[in-house]
Write a new protein. Structure first.
Length: 81
């Protein structure tokens, strides 16, 4: 019984380890990558399609305030009409 459980555990571990294999993405047989976007001469590769653009993942630029400060005058802060 213990040998069966050990064998089953090893088999399950090897099966799960195989799930983490990463290779280059390729389209299915008979399919192709999307057409080139308007204005581009060539199609983007799968790596380019999976890389997020800066608009999708902007850099965090936060300046923490350690003490209260008087706000500068805002010319766009107008009263309601």
């Amino acid at each position: 019984m213990v040998k069966k459980l050990a064998w089953l555990t090893c088999t399950a571990a090897l099966a799960l380890a195989g799930c983490g294999v990463r290779t280059d993405l390729k389209p299915k047989v008979g399919h192709s990558l999307p057409v080139a976007p308007y204005g581009m001469k060539e199609r983007p590769t799968s790596a380019e399609l999976l890389t997020p653009r800066p608009q999708a993942r902007p850099a965090i630029n936060v300046e923490l305030r350690l003490k209260s400060e008087v706000r500068a005058d805002d010319p766009f802060d107008l009263p309601p009409p």
